[in-house]
Unconditional design. Structure first.
Ligand SMILES: Nc1ncnc2c1ncn2[C@@H]1O[C@H](COP(=O)(O)OP(=O)(O)O)[C@@H](O)[C@H]1O
Ligand SMILES: [Mg+2]
Length: 306
């Protein structure tokens, strides 16, 4: 049922198989640990922290700091419908009825974020190839269709950068430079330009090369400061991190203080119950898993080694 794309030799599924698989994604659980962890996470600075910072910096309510809204001045880049469709970004044209589960996922995700005051969503999976990038790209575009909502999608799988290719947008450079604070949000992040697809408020942080020590980079305080500043400059409603697999390396654990909640993409037929349990254990009890997304349910397990 699978075939190789003439363009890049990557394995593609036939249309029928794809529709069947896509039909079964988004087994979104109700927020499983919601009741246990309702407090706003330290990952997103709350109003009290902001006020404290303002006090330290000598600002008060009447003398707000002049924060330039960077969103409007981000570089706008065009997107190509055929490229998106060829890379299974099915929420772009919405021709494939399989985009519907992403609309549902988006709605539930926004409800959970709004309810808890969360912004930062980690997208991970037990092993590689389960569909993290597929989920991240489709979900980000589904989210961007809400008017007046801003979504930031970041390629933080520095071991296997993929979002630039999937979206057909070239990365301005290594995302590691942005995380280190060497390049600014204004120069590294890009916004999807006006398009006939209805893709709205979406900014992307792409990466053009693998990084040798991503876990250290993600854990560094500099990364925390860069993300906080990005949030102040762009005021996004949702920040999606396309992360590496939870079981392969310690990046997801190293980065855990920086995200508020998690979407776990499970590869149907690829992940054992034990792998899923272990991945959830590594996330830790204090980070709510907002959904388990069952993806690629129809594929044979034999092709799914991590
Ligand atoms: N539901 C799906 N149906 C068909 N192909 C899929 C699906 N999800 C992912 N793929 C394909 O499987 C490959 C691996 O998915 P990807 O999102 O890159 O995985 P990850 O980011 O978790 O490593 C990609 O070529 C992607 O297009
Ligand atoms: Mg990926």
């Amino acid at each position: 049922m699978s075939e190789r794309s003439r363009r890049d030799g990557r394995r593609r599924l036939g249309a029928e198989a794809r529709a069947a698989i896509l039909d079964r994604i988004a087994e979104v659980d109700a927020p499983a640990r919601e009741a246990e962890a309702p407090a706003p996470s330290a990952a997103t600075p709350d109003p009290a922290t902001r006020a404290l910072r303002a006090a330290v910096l000598g600002n008060d309510e009447n003398m707000l700091p002049q924060i330039h809204d960077l969103w409007g001045s981000l570089r706008r880049i065009p997107v190509d419908e055929a490229t998106l469709e060829g890379n299974l970004v099915i929420t772009a044209s919405r021709r494939d009825p399989a985009h519907a589960p992403f609309d549902l996922l988006r709605t539930r995700l926004l409800q959970a974020l709004d309810e808890h005051g969360w912004k930062r969503v980690a997208i991970t999976s037990p092993t590689r190839g389960c569909g993290k990038t597929f989920t991240a790209a489709n979900l980000a575009i589904a989210l961007s269709r809400y008017e007046n909502r801003r979504t930031v999608l970041l390629d933080f799988d520095m071991r296997a950068p993929a979002l630039a290719d999937v979206l057909g947008i070239s990365a301005p450079g290594p995302i590691a430079d942005w995380i280190r604070g060497t390049t600014s949000s204004g120069s590294h992040l890009q916004r999807v330009g006006q398009n006939l697809l209805g893709i709205g408020g979406l900014a992307v942080g792409l990466n053009d090369r693998p990084e040798t020590y991503p876990a250290e980079l993600l854990q560094d305080r500099k990364a925390a400061a860069v993300l906080d500043q990005m949030q102040e400059e762009l005021t996004p409603d949702a920040v999606l991190f396309d992360l590496p697999p939870a079981l392969s390396h310690d990046d997801v654990t190293a980065f855990r203080a920086r995200y508020d909640c998690v979407l776990m993409v499970v590869g149907g037929g690829r992940n054992s119950a034990e792998q899923i349990r272990e991945a959830v254990r590594r996330i830790g009890d204090d980070k709510p898993i907002l959904g388990m997304i069952l993806n690629r349910a129809e594929e044979d397990a034999a092709s799914g080694a991590a």
